[in-house]
Design a protein around this ligand. Structure first.
Ligand code: ADE
Ligand code: ZN
Length: 334
């Protein structure tokens, strides 16, 4: 039985497995620049974040219709459920789709169909032959691409308005894509507007960018969690603050290896971060590209870093503590 856990750092577009990419390409009459799934997998040799993003944005060409987004989310939730994920806060990149002529309604309506289906324990109980099966509660977090303009982010927030009502599918905003050279402060205005709408706020910071970006995300954007945050370890004062304020960090160990933020998993600072008292969680980021889903990341850190069962349980507990679930929902999800 895998540990029940919440996944808080997961880009739905990063769950596009090669087999599904080819199936969707065929359905939409798109020719991919790879002969087959093996050739596509061979291209997953990343040297840094940008080399990954180039492939990630390119492969999104196959995502065109509501059905495509529903199938994508369905496939992710099936894998996540099998690895003990009970709650998922799912990022999506509306600007990357709009740039290809796919509007936010197509994305959110399509994803929403799968999320609704998996939100009910009954639906997958039937699929698993009546065995005790659980659903997955989900929330969407709309990310702004930090290498696009601040104006484009504001337009994206405006376009998302129909889906931002309380109780609607989108609960928050995030900030992703190429980090270095795009400091958080560039997005002050859109984060203020998001806060005024009652949205939760998170941002990628300290993945490739300096510790100062983590501080800026907290102070200027008012974020409640930091996605990655790995490089905070270079700044003892920042670590002390993150510990004092118990700011959750959504770490993604397999991603850090594949994007060369760390050389090998055995060198990952997770144990030192836990020793320091940081509120760490373990997540998968873009599992189709980085070699594993949430449970695989837990297994990998257990093996490579020798984490004790108590530490793994603490990481799973942290994932619920750091989630945007209300307390009674959190209890039910665990
Ligand atoms: N978009 C998808 N995955 C990302 C990552 N690891 N960092 C920044 N932007 C991303
Ligand atoms: Zn990410």
């Amino acid at each position: 039985m895998p540990l029940p856990k919440a996944e808080l750092h997961l880009h739905i577009e990063g769950t596009l497995e090669p087999e599904l990419a080819f199936a969707l390409a065929a359905r939409n009459g798109i020719t991919l620049p790879y002969a087959d799934t093996d050739e596509l997998r061979k291209a997953y040799e990343f040297t840094d974040l940008q080399s990954f993003l180039n492939l990630y944005y390119g492969l999104m060409a196959v995502l065109r219709t509501e059905d495509d987004f529903a199938d994508l989310a369905d496939a992710y939730l099936a894998r996540a459920a099998a690895q003990g994920v009970r709650h998922a806060e799912i990022f999506f990149d509306p600007q990357a789709h709009l740039a290809r002529g796919v509007d936010i309604g197509t994305v959110v309506e399509g994803l929403g169909r799968a999320l609704d289906r998996w939100g009910s324990p009954r639906s997958n109980e039937a699929e698993s032959g009546g065995e005790a099966a659980h659903g997955i509660s989900t929330q969407l977090i709309m990310c702004f691409l930090r290498d696009e303009s601040a104006g484009s982010a504001l337009e994206t927030l405006e376009a998302a308005k129909p889906y931002l009502a309380p109780g609607g599918p989108i609960v928050g905003v995030g900030l992703d894509s190429a980090e270095v050279g795009h400091p958080p402060a560039k997005f002050r205005e859109v984060y203020e507007a998001a806060a005024a709408l009652g949205l939760r706020r998170v941002a990628h910071a300290g993945e490739e960018g300096p510790p100062a970006y983590v501080t800026e995300a907290l102070d200027v954007l008012g974020v409640e969690r930091i996605d990655h945050g790995l490089r905070c370890m270079e700044d003892p004062e920042l670590v002390a603050r993150l510990v004092r304020e118990q700011v959750p960090l959504t770490l993604c160990p397999l991603s850090n290896v594949r994007l060369r933020a760390v050389d090998v998993l055995a060198d990952h600072p997770l144990p030192a971060m836990l020793d320091a008292g940081l509120l760490c969680t373990v997540n998968s980021d873009d599992p189709a590209y980085f070699g594993g889903y949430a449970g695989d990341n837990f297994d990998a850190v257990r093996t490579a870093l020798g984490l004790s069962p108590e530490r793994l349980r603490a990481l799973a507990r942290n994932s619920f503590t750091a989630s945007f679930l209300e307390h009674d929902e959190e209890r039910r999800a665990r």
